[in-house]
Design a protein around this ligand. Structure first.
Ligand code: HEM
Length: 320
């Protein structure tokens, strides 16, 4: 089913801390200039028609460290090391040049008005929508941070850690168990490098056996994509092998069928509470769509800077 036609970019500041009305108006007007209401081709530019580009914006790396203040976009400087080379982001967070291009256009139309953090958050929403997923109102008015935090970025959830550790990291940011499950549904699109799941394929238990929770035919396919040698580490496999480029609920159906790619994905079936959420999302796509939007708004409000804090960066790669 095609995603419903949307006539305008929905923006809202409902869930963000109160701030200057004039600033809200300026942001809305600026986005109206940039994104004419009925011009879908322009919206596509904002929302990344290319699957390879969606990730940076969408990956929680930008959200779960210090928060949603665009720190992940900063390049290294003489005073701090940026987050782009933090272990969980390395070779994984992509699409910086797309954000640069959007920012350049927005700056031309309305200088110093729309932050990189807002651009990132909008682009995440657009990339979901343009791959057939839900659409949700995005509260705007974030300001950009003045520094990056590589150490905090290194604390992002890892696919190798137990579910309880991952959950604890989400909870420490004000999210809950349902958010963990529904946001993991983002793995309905995109790819993972072999090294992020290869240990499941060959010697999971130290006795030369694969992960017993991995479907046998998926195992065979994955061993072809990721042969047991170091030079296959950066090969890519679909996170959702059934519909890689479509934002649907097949990720959850895969988990029910033992076909989750990452160990951390399949682990959601190993706990009664998370498994119940998975079963429900696998059966009810609209429930997944609704809850995903709600959790994205929650995640998008973590660590937001407003008012006089931070700045509106002119170039997303560096502080002004
Ligand atoms: C629950 C904890 C999570 C873990 C452990 C995790 C782990 C990973 C890993 C290891 C990859 C592959 C990266 C690579 O090989 O380059 C990946 C990809 C991805 N993740 Fe997550 N992730 C988590 C949560 C999320 C959330 C909350 C979202 C978004 C809401 C998300 C969105 C994505 C997307 C879209 C990709 C595909 C990247 C691409 O195609 O380039 N992930 N994730």
């Amino acid at each position: 089913m095609d995603a419903p036609e949307v006539q305008s970019i929905e923006t809202s500041t409902e869930n963000l801390p109160p701030q200057d009305d004039e600033q809200d108006k300026a942001i809305d007007e600026c986005l109206d200039i940039q994104i004419p209401n009925q011009d879908r081709s322009q919206r596509k530019q904002v929302g990344f028609s290319s699957i390879r580009h969606k990730i940076l914006v969408f990956y929680p790396g930008s959200k779960q460290t210090a928060g949603c203040e665009g720190s992940v976009l900063l390049d290294d400087t003489s005073t701090f090391t940026g987050e782009k080379t933090a272990t969980p982001n390395k070779d994984s967070v992509r699409g910086f040049e797309v954000i640069d291009a959007i920012k350049e256009n927005v700056e031309k139309a309305c200088p110093s008005t729309v932050s990189c953090a807002d651009i990132l958050t909008l682009a995440a929403r657009e990339s979901v929508y343009l791959t057939g997923g839900p659409y949700w109102p995005v509260p705007l008015g974030r300001r950009d941070g003045l520094t990056a935090n590589k150490a905090a970025a290194n604390e992002l959830p890892s696919p190798f850690e137990p579910l309880k550790n991952i959950t604890a990291k989400f909870i420490s940011k004000g999210l809950d168990l349902k958010d963990v499950v529904v946001l993991s549904g983002a793995h309905t699109i995109g790819f993972a490098q072999c090294f992020t799941f290869k240990q499941r394929l060959f010697d999971f238990d130290g006795a030369g056996n694969p992960d017993p929770t991995l479907d046998a035919s998926l195992l065979t396919n994955l061993r072809t994509v990721c042969p047991n040698q170091n030079d296959s580490d950066t090969n890519l496999a679909s996170l959702d092998a059934t519909t890689t480029n479509k934002f649907d609920n097949n990720y959850f159906k895969n988990l029910v069928n033992n076909s989750g790619l990452l160990q951390s994905d399949q682990a959601l079936m190993g706990d009664n509470t998370t498994a119940l959420f998975v079963m429900n999302y696998s059966k009810f796509p609209f429930l997944f769509s609704r809850d995903f939007g709600i959790s994205m708004v929650k995640m998008g409000n973590i660590g937001v800077l407003t008012g006089q804090d931070g700045e509106i960066r002119k170039n997303c790669r560096m502080v002004n």
